[in-house]
Design a protein around this ligand. Structure first.
Ligand SMILES: Cc1ncc(COP(=O)(O)O)c(C=O)c1O
Length: 378
């Protein structure tokens, strides 16, 4: 059974071949523009730039908000390394904040106690496609003069109080990596929710040059203006993403049908206190990015994932908490610094979920889990 394989059809193939033959291979061609149009029509996004990865989008955000050595950034430790590396590369220091036990997102009520005169930004992460408590986070940030970067790598298509993910702070960062809901192989996007970022973002993305102005015919030669890197993806990859976004509803519906199937059919296991199902706050909608079960202990999580894998059902831990990972320890953190993350992070198990999975696959997963839980030794 596949774990999270993307759904690729003849439409993706057609657009990729067309891009190779007729578009600007090095990027910013007709398919990149089409992606922007779709985001405008669907989510009301005015300004965004496709990037070579979600990681690149997060790095661009760190450059755009001017992070420097000595700055502190508050972020969850329950995330992917890229969230933290993005500003560590600029010399800023992560200040890890614990997570909420219900959504596993940054605990907004623990942020304020971590703010010091060195704090410059909050990087928040929409874990499993479920938005953080953005009103409260933005309110704290405004009061203390901090930037907020929304790591929306997993939450394309989700909403918070009716507003699309990625548009809920100054800068939103999406991922279109192979493992995400909408894919371009490797790729991402930075959503620029304030006009002041646009000009510099274009320069940073084009190796520190104003080449994009030349391509728009605004200048007659381009030159080196700022630091930057190679953050602009090929239009061939944008072509793949265009097809995926044209299939937006189909992919979303397939993922949601699997997610909902798990949610409806694991209720008895939850009632028997063998596991806890995901908790989705009423004011958010999610995109079915992941389905995670919370096991009663780490030993139970390890046992169940091992048993499922013996039955050819892939199920994995989500993240090893970063504060207690080797790099987190090198930075001086100890497991006790984020006790909720440390406790729950090791108990979460991610079940197979993709637009290619069938309801029969999901039924098999549920059946096997229920059988195994009835003889769980731990
Ligand atoms: C929360 C989070 N942030 C950032 C990233 C990095 O995205 P990418 O793989 O596109 O660089 C990921 C991807 O796994 C992620 O899950």
């Amino acid at each position: 059974m596949n774990f999270s394989q993307p759904s690729i059809t003849e439409l993706e193939e057609k657009y990729v071949i067309d891009a190779m033959r007729t578009s600007r291979l090095s990027g910013d061609g007709k398919y990149t523009k089409r992606v922007y149009e779709i985001f405008r029509e669907r989510f009301g996004v005015e300004d965004m730039l496709l990037t070579t990865s979600g990681t690149a989008a997060l790095e661009m955000a760190a450059l755009l908000i001017g992070l420097e050595p000595g700055d502190e950034v508050i972020a969850p430790s329950f995330t992917f390394s890229s969230t933290i590396n993005a500003f560590l590369l600029r010399g800023a220091r992560p200040v890890f904040c614990d997570i909420r036990p219900d959504t596993f997102n940054i605990d907004e009520e623990k942020i304020e106690a971590l703010i010091t005169p060195k704090t410059k930004a909050i990087y928040c992460v929409n874990y499993a496609g479920v938005s953080c408590e953005m009103d409260r986070i933005n309110e704290i940030a405004e009061r203390h003069g901090l930037f907020v970067v929304e790591d929306a790598a997993q939450s394309v298509g989700s909403t918070y109080k009716g507003k699309p993910s990625g548009t809920l702070s100054e800068l939103g960062c999406h991922s279109f990596h192979e493992t995400k809901n909408y894919v371009m192989g490797e790729g991402g996007a930075i959503v620029l929710n304030e006009k002041k970022f646009i000009e510099r973002a274009e320069i940073i993305r084009e190796k520190g040059t104003d080449r994009s102005k030349l391509l728009r015919g605004v200048v007659d030669k381009y030159t080196w203006r700022d630091i930057g890197s190679s953050y602009l993806p090929s239009d061939v990859l944008a072509a793949m993403l265009t097809a995926q976004l044209e299939r937006f509803d189909e992919i979303m519906e397939k993922r949601m049908s699997i997610w909902n199937f798990y949610q409806e059919n694991l209720i008895d296991a939850e009632r028997a206190e063998k596991l806890r199902r995901p908790i989705i706050p009423g004011h958010v909608t999610h995109n079915g990015h992941m389905y995670n079960i919370l096991m009663p202990s780490e030993a139970a999580r390890i046992w169940l994932s091992d048993e499922l894998r013996k039955l050819d059902i892939p199920a994995y831990i989500c993240y090893v908490p970063l504060h207690s990972a080797p790099m987190g320890r090198k930075l001086g953190y100890v497991p006790e610094d984020c006790p909720v993350t440390e406790e729950l992070g090791h108990r979460l198990l991610r079940l197979p979920l993709s637009a290619r999975l069938t309801t029969a696959d999901a039924a098999e997963v549920v059946e096997r889990i229920n059988q195994l839980l009835s003889k769980m030794p731990v």
